[in-house]
Design a protein around this ligand. Structure first.
Ligand SMILES: Nc1ncnc2c1ncn2[C@@H]1O[C@H](COP(=O)(O)OP(=O)(O)OP(=O)(O)O)[C@@H](O)[C@H]1O
Ligand SMILES: [Mg+2]
Length: 329
């Protein structure tokens, strides 16, 4: 398979003014500026192959946006290298820009006072998309996202979800081969989140596009990404499948018994840590190795109607990972 994105020890430091609080701090800063360096991205290395759809996750301030900005050429790396489609992003060659797109959920590119379609036309011109190709792709995208009517409306009158869908179309008019999606589902309701991520998957499959997606909603990555890369404090702490992540970092499974009669949580503590219990249905955390023993204990000592044994949820594993700082590959 062809490597489309390559990062080698990519780092980014920001130098910021260190200022003491209050008036005295402001006055002092007038005479002597002190600087502090923030290592936002530290020696990050990974490769992404053509057509991969990779979830890039991590807590606030971990370095996700900074990495995506370097990959799309908006920020100059402090050290290390990155290549996208064989180009050095920071050169921002037209041939490079024609093949990528960066979508930021928190920023918008659509013209506020005009119908969304006007921005699409503008992008068509910028990227020199032929009339024929434009018609075809717009038709397909508008159909896939169900905005055929809405896109003729003034952007300011759109709902957040409608606007996000049009943002996506505006970013895809030139059919980019590589897509950097920075929190494209932020602020959307659950139904709209699902629609947007299904669209991303469809776009990835249909055009064999390579996609890096960041999100704080674990459903986004869980449902469409086979591979996830986790960054924490600028360092990659995990790169692999969700199954591997769960096996590696969660040393427990969850037993979910359904009882025939009411059972107190107190009695269940001998099985494991009771996370939830409404008397009839309980969720109990049990060490991976103890699962057979504890499951049989549960079945013998309680009146169990049904029992599920599940892997922990991705969101719980990730939450626990970021709670501890010690996890490193
Ligand atoms: N232009 C900048 N100047 C100074 N510091 C910056 C700049 N941009 C980002 N940072 C800092 O770099 C670090 C990484 O920020 P970044 O935006 O990449 O995080 P993130 O992973 O995208 O977080 P979030 O999930 O909140 O979007 C943070 O400490 C941030 O404050
Ligand atoms: Mg960010």
């Amino acid at each position: 398979m062809k490597k489309v994105i390559e990062l080698k020890k990519l780092s980014k430091n920001f130098r910021i003014h260190k200022r003491e609080q209050g008036l005295i701090g402001s006055v002092k800063a007038l005479f002597k500026r002190e600087y502090k360096t923030i290592e936002a991205v530290k020696k990050v290395s990974f490769d992404i192959e053509e057509g991969e759809l990779v979830g890039f996750i991590g807590p606030n301030g971990a370095g996700k946006t900074t990495t995506l900005k370097m990959l799309s050429g908006l920020l100059y790396p402090s050290s290390g290298n990155c290549q996208v489609l064989g180009f050095r992003p920071v050169e921002r060659k037209y041939e490079f820009l024609k093949q990528i797109s960066l979508v930021m959920g928190q920023k918008n590119q659509l013209w506020w006072d005009l119908p969304a379609i006007e921005t699409f036309v503008l992008n068509k011109e910028i990227y020199e998309v032929s009339d024929e190709d434009y018609k075809e792709i717009l038709n397909e995208l508008a159909e896939m996202l169900d905005v055929k009517e809405v896109m003729h409306q003034q952007v300011r009158k759109m709902s957040l979800g409608q606007r996000m869908k049009c943002e996506l179309i505006a970013s895809l008019i030139h059919k980019p081969k590589v897509l950097f999606l920075d929190e494209p589902t932020i602020g959307l309701d659950v139904v709209m989140q699902k629609k947007v991520r299904e669209f991303i998957l469809e776009y990835n499959r249909k055009y064999k596009a390579t996609v890096i997606l960041t999100s704080h909603y674990m459903d986004d990555v869980k449902e469409i990404c086979k591979r996830i890369i986790i960054i924490d404090k600028g360092v990659i702490v995990f790169d692999g499948s969700i199954e591997k992540l769960i096996k590696k970092y969660a040393n427990y499974k969850v037993l979910i018994p359904i009882f025939n009669g009411k059972v107190d949580s107190e009695r269940l503590t001998k099985i494991g840590e009771v996370i939830e219990n409404n008397g009839i249905r309980a969720v109990i955390k049990v060490g991976r190795k103890e699962v057979p023993k504890k499951a049989s204990e549960l079945l013998h000592e309680f009146d169990v109607d049904d029992l599920d044994i599940n892997e922990p949820r991705l969101e719980d594993v990730v939450r626990e990972m970021f709670g501890k700082v010690t996890i490193r590959e």
